[in-house]
Write a protein that binds this ligand. Structure first.
Ligand code: GLU
Length: 489
């Protein structure tokens, strides 16, 4: 391997969105390139015209850019290099390293079935390798359809995988693979090698699902007289049930995580740890720290498990690191969607709104949860969590306590967290109950939930008028609830 700066590439096929596995591959290429002062190339492998779409290309680029995976060269589109792919295949034919195969699909199928009936494994039987070049040319010139196959040499193909170490394949197990299909179109293995040569790629870092392509590609490199790059295959990503990650496990598209309210830096950090470990128990790491620590020594060969709870936890950690002003901007789409956004949040109530985000960020785990948790601060109608109601608003004393608290707070001279706390604790003492017996029902009344930021900070943020109105509303709700329960008895 030369000591020159590495050149790596991310080569997505735009036949689907950017999924978690693809993003992890792109990310590891980025980390390696940045760590080694190399170059990241983006190559869109769009040769499957029927299944590729511009929309998918856009989605992939959007996902990469959202995650902060920035490439240095490209995007290049593989379909533009078809002429070069074909020329390389024909050069191999010229040099006797590839041959034309006139076997029809039906003929191959029949021979394959016969072999499989004997219980053997089918591999193209090289029927057309025996044709001499004169006959092959004559049949081709007479327009008989043919594909072009590479002649796999005898021996072994061995390479040193960056993740799995020395890996070897017996060439006897590899069939003479097709380079150009009957319609003249180049196959993936040919196009990929041809572009990697032209783009001077030094390291091919991709998913384990490509391991079986690697010996074939090395054989093509050698037939072309080119030095193969280093290869590194990243471990599979599994769902929590240890099955290969798929739609069954929920969101798999990167942009879906954005829509769910995850922060790009959280997903970046999380994906970096899918198969790589910096050693020790470090988990929350900045982009710079990850790049600094990255090496293939830390990449394991065992499958990585996608743990959504861990990602959600990481996201909550990253939310805490953002300022209220940042969060106001980032969470805006969810406030809009919930009909909660008001122009004054950017104007006369800007400071207040930023402070609200600061207050909520310790408990909200997603940007979407910020909007959910902010609702009771912004408008009188919100839902009560039924479990919270069962636990704290069902007792006979609930209405009396909510009303007493309401009256006490309404009668205060000034209203801030300290005044509210003193008043509540004094009231609890007068009623001969623990402060918690007022705090818990008040929390449900004010936020609808069992957990919230500190209740006195919540009160101060809401302001007295809203606090009083919500305590009233909860008292009415409890009365109605108890009446309904009485009716049904
Ligand atoms: N287009 C291939 C894929 O998306 C790329 C394989 C490679 O990196 O060589 O799986």
């Amino acid at each position: 391997m030369s000591a020159a700066a590495p050149r790596v590439r991310f080569a997505p096929s735009p036949t689907g969105y950017l999924h978690v596995g693809g993003a992890r591959t792109a990310l590891f290429n980025l980390l390696f390139a940045r760590r080694e002062g190399g170059v990241l190339i983006l190559r869109v492998e769009d040769t499957d015209i029927a299944r590729s779409s511009q929309e998918m290309v856009r989605e992939i680029l959007e996902g990469l850019s959202w995650l902060g995976i920035t490439h240095d060269e490209g995007p290049f589109y593989q379909s533009s290099y078809r002429g070069q792919h074909t020329a390389r295949a024909l050069a191999m034919l010229e040099e006797g390293k590839a041959y034309r195969c006139f076997c029809t699909a039906e003929a191959i199928d029949a021979r394959k079935r016969a072999v499989e009936q004997r219980g053997a494994v089918w591999k193209y039987d090289r029927a057309c390798l025996a044709l001499d070049s004169g006959e092959s040319r004559r049949r081709h010139e007479a327009s008989e359809p043919s594909c072009l196959r590479i002649r796999v040499p005898e021996g072994e193909t061995v390479y040193d995988d960056l993740v799995h170490g020395t890996t070897s394949f017996n060439n006897a197990d590899i069939e003479d693979l097709v380079l150009l299909r009957t319609d003249g179109s180049p196959t993936y293995n040919l196009s990929c090698v041809s572009d990697d040569i032209d783009m001077r790629v030094t390291h091919v870092i991709r998913g384990d699902d490509h391991i079986s392509n690697t010996p074939k590609q090395i054989i093509i490199y050698r037939a072309l007289g080119a030095e193969p790059p280093r290869f590194g295959h990243l471990p599979l990503i599994l769902g929590a049930d240890k099955k290969r990650l798929s739609k069954r496990h929920g969101a798999v598209s990167v942009m879906e995580y954005q829509r769910l309210g995850f922060l790009p830096e959280a997903l970046f950090n999380f994906l970096a740890l899918l198969g790589w470990s910096p050693g020790g128990d470090r988990e929350i790491m900045t982009r710079e720290e990850i790049i600094e620590a990255f090496s293939f020594e830390g990449v394991g060969s065992r499958s990585a498990v996608f743990d959504l709870d861990k990602l959600t936890w990481m996201n909550s950690e990253y939310l805490k690191r953002r300022t209220g002003a940042d969060l106001a901007t980032l969470a805006r789409p969810w406030f809009d969607a919930e009909g909660l956004w008001r122009p004054e949040f950017e104007d006369v109530r800007k400071e207040w709104f930023h402070a609200l985000m600061e207050l909520l960020k310790d408990r909200s785990r997603l940007l979407s949860e910020l909007a959910r948790d902010a609702r009771p601060f912004l408008q009188p109608e919100f839902e009560y969590d039924p479990a919270a109601v069962d636990k704290h608003l069902k007792s006979e004393t609930a209405v009396g306590r909510l009303t007493a608290l309401r009256d006490t707070l309404a009668g205060l001279n000034g209203f801030d967290a300290t005044a509210a706390e003193t008043a509540l604790r004094d009231l609890a003492a007068r009623l001969g109950i623990k402060a918690g017996e007022l705090i818990h029902p008040a929390r449900v009344a004010l936020t609808g939930r069992m957990v919230s930021p500190g209740i006195f900070a919540v009160m101060a943020m809401m302001g007295r008028e809203a606090v009083v109105a919500r305590l009233d509303r909860a008292a009415r709700f409890v009365e109605a609830d108890r009446a309904a329960a009485g009716d049904s008895r």
